[in-house]
Design a binder for this molecule. Structure first.
Ligand code: EPU
Length: 423
């Protein structure tokens, strides 16, 4: 439950990145030695990935703070069941490492999901080019490869986890692999840094051509997960929408140029340092047009949050989603809060209004949940958001962080909470 009306003010720390943590955890499968990871966020997706790795025989030890140690000395189980993949599509990230290390993997085929079809044909195409034999039976991908070999792989489309899967597989392949049209997201660089610390030979991560020279074995290492650029952007968008003044520490402004540009265009005053961002918003936001695209362009994972910002901005904005075919589900919910949005295909036209109305709404996916929180923070009255388990997948301690910043927000387990009881 959120009672809107308070501008966000104050200072919080940004957590480690969900989308960097998940591939880094899978990298532990590539070595018999221990991988120590720091700044691992406490998120349901991380818990799910750790449970999945434990099922495979990986030993997990929790250190102090957000540290975790993984040891895959022996792999006892080379399969991932449907219930895991259904809960978290990123489970597919074990495919490349398992094949490279154990020569075999069996993983339930992910179906479509709330935001789109999300096929994995590019992961399969790349692994086949590296010599894997892959068959699909009874809803499972079965992959075998005595020894993967290097290959030149031209990705048909830019895929983040596809690039990560192939990069991990290639570290232990015989010979050199070149991935062309690779994803350039910062999370790819973070994974490459972790793999390099483990002894991998990788060049070009962060560009669209990545070259990996296979080595015979990887060793243990220590890695610190990069800050979450989407969590950072979400708090900044929330502060911008509420007319706030926030200081985010332990983040990295270089990770979100496109988002900072758009916030500045909306009227925010932004200052940055090596690992901090200060945003101050003195006016009502201006409407901002945007189009999502692979990094370094505007991220699809920030589209929903900017939709909420535009709902109460001066003017009319056009938002086009180009990455996922069904990522405008939050529009229906925002309209229940009186937002003026029209959808044509993958484009939403948002006419800013003075104020949203608090209402009972439903979260449909992770970033849609974040957009409803922002809408709730600026709305008049109380907003109740259902199905917030989506939120717990990807935002660490979000209600605590928002409370520190002065938001009136509380988690309730009641089936029919009474908004009048929340002051
Ligand atoms: N695609 C294919 N074939 C493939 C792989 C992808 O057609 O083999 C398509 C997808 O259907 C989509 C597009 O390519 O239309 C891009 O998908 P991508 O593979 O890049 O997405 P992903 O790797 O599954 C990661 C993040 C997402 C983020 C996207 C795009 C992780 C664990 N997930 O997903 O994060 O939206 O990249 O940047 O890294 C989120 O955090 O809320 C989230 C959904």
């Amino acid at each position: 439950m959120i009672r809107g009306g308070n501008p966000l003010r104050g200072e919080i720390r940004i957590s480690g990145a969900k989308n960097a943590s998940l591939p880094v955890l899978c990298a532990a499968l590539l070595t018999r030695e221990t991988l120590s990871i720091k700044n691992m966020p406490q998120l349901n997706d991380v818990t799910t990935m750790l449970a999945l790795l434990e099922q495979m025989g990986v030993t997990v030890n929790y250190g102090t703070g957000n540290a975790v140690e993984l040891s895959a000395a022996e792999l006892t189980h080379l399969a991932v069941r449907y219930d895991m993949v259904k809960t978290m599509r990123a489970s597919i990230l074990v495919l490349g490492p398992l094949l490279a290390r154990a020569g075999e993997a069996s993983i339930s085929l992910p179906g479509g999901c709330a935001i789109g079809l999300r096929p994995i044909d590019q992961h399969i195409k790349g692994l086949e080019a590296m010599g894997a034999e892959i068959s699909i039976k009874h809803g499972y991908i079965h992959a075998v490869a005595k020894k993967l070999h290097g290959a030149r792989i031209v990705m048909d489309i830019v895929t983040v986890t596809g690039t990560e899967n192939l990069m991990m597989a290639a570290t232990l392949a015989q010979g050199t692999t070149v991935i062309e049209n690779a994803a350039r997201e910062p999370e790819i660089i973070d994974l490459a840094n972790c793999l390099t610390a483990m002894g991998a030979k990788i060049q070009g991560a962060g560009s669209d051509v990545i070259t990996i020279e296979g080595v015979s074995a990887l060793h243990g290492a220590m890695h610190t997960v990069m800050p979450d650029r989407i969590e950072t952007g979400t708090f900044l968008a929330a502060a911008c929408a509420t007319g706030g003044d926030i200081f985010l520490k332990e983040t990295d402004p270089c990770l979100l140029d496109a988002v900072l540009d758009k916030l500045t265009e909306a009227g925010a005053k932004i200052k940055t340092g090596d690992n901090w961002i200060h945003l101050k918003m003195n006016t009502k936001p201006r409407a901002i047009n945007l189009r999502t695209a692979p990094y370094p362009a505007f991220p699809t994972d920030m589209q929903a949050q900017f939709m909420s910002l535009n709902c109460i901005a001066n003017g009319t904005a056009v938002i086009t989603e180009t990455i996922f075919e069904n990522r405008l589900m939050h529009v229906q919910e925002l309209k229940r809060m009186n937002a003026d949005i029209k959808v044509e295909g993958h484009t939403a036209i948002i006419r800013g209004i003075d104020q949203l109305d608090g209402a009972h709404v439903m979260a449909t996916d992770l970033r849609a949940s974040a957009s409803l929180i922002i809408a709730g923070l600026v709305a008049e009255g109380v907003t109740i958001i259902d199905r917030i388990y989506h939120l717990d997948r990807g935002y660490e301690a979000i209600e605590e962080k928002l409370s520190i910043l002065g938001a009136r927000i509380k988690r309730t387990f009641e089936v029919s909470p009474d908004p009048t009881q929340f002051q």
